[in-house]
Write a protein that binds this ligand. Structure first.
Ligand SMILES: CC(C)(COP(=O)(O)OP(=O)(O)OC[C@H]1O[C@@H](n2cnc3c(N)ncnc32)[C@H](O)[C@@H]1OP(=O)(O)O)[C@@H](O)C(=O)NCCC(=O)NCCS
Length: 182
């Protein structure tokens, strides 16, 4: 795992814009729903969570204080959410493992925000007590694989036709992981 860097708080992106990276809060419901509504169909097809489903938004917001869950968002000066990441600690014998998710708004990509968010959520997973972090995504999500390799994650394996998208098509999943320093 690459070294720990301070990724929370106000950060300046490569394109000069700034955002605040902080935990998801109860009052973020509308902003999180807007973030979901702004995601293009292509993203929605490839993501596990349906950010356009009000029940999913409610579940994420309600989990803001959950013991086994950490969620981090990037917020603009105007209060819009432009990136989301979550770390969910696994139950049972994998209780030392946290599974993470990450998504950046299209208009905010390739400026370093994904990297800040990934570092912030790995830090949050560590605070949860996780010593291993995993991320799984459809094989087609090459940017996702690139960013996590950049952070020191390695591919652990692939699951064939393991995800079904909103159009009913099956996709292979790649699982990446890293061991974090406590
Ligand atoms: C993956 C994702 C989070 C990256 O966000 P981002 O803000 O664009 O990432 P960054 O700007 O911090 O990029 C960091 C590095 O990742 C790699 N990377 C990011 N996007 C890439 C792309 N489209 N192609 C190739 N490499 C890419 C590059 O090495 C990049 O560094 P560089 O810009 O200096 O070359 C974003 O593309 C996204 O939300 N994708 C859809 C959801 C997803 O795949 N999530 C991951 C699995 S849960």
């Amino acid at each position: 795992m690459t070294q720990r860097t301070e990724a929370a708080g106000s950060v300046a992106l490569k394109d000069g814009r700034t955002v605040t990276i902080r935990p998801l809060m109860e009052q973020d419901r509308a902003a999180l729903a807007n973030f979901g509504m702004g995601l293009p169909k292509n993203d929605l097809l490839y993501l596990e969570d349906d950010f356009q489903n009000p029940e999913i938004i409610a579940r994420l917001i309600n989990a803001n204080a959950a013991e086994n869950w950490r969620q981090v968002v990037a917020v603009t000066d105007e209060g819009s959410i432009v990136a989301y990441s979550g770390a969910l600690r696994m139950p049972g014998w994998s209780y030392h493992v946290a599974n993470i998710r990450l998504i950046v708004d299209r208009g905010w990509r390739r400026s370093g925000l994904g990297m800040y968010m990934a570092q912030a959520i790995v830090d949050a997973a560590r605070e949860l007590g996780a010593t291993k972090v995993t991320v799984d995504m459809q094989v087609a999500l090459t940017a996702g694989q690139a960013i996590f390799s950049h952070l020191g994650f390695a591919v652990e394996g692939q699951l064939a036709r393991h995800a079904i998208d909103r159009d009913g098509n099956l996709h292979d999943i790649v699982i990446m992981s890293a061991f974090v320093r406590v």
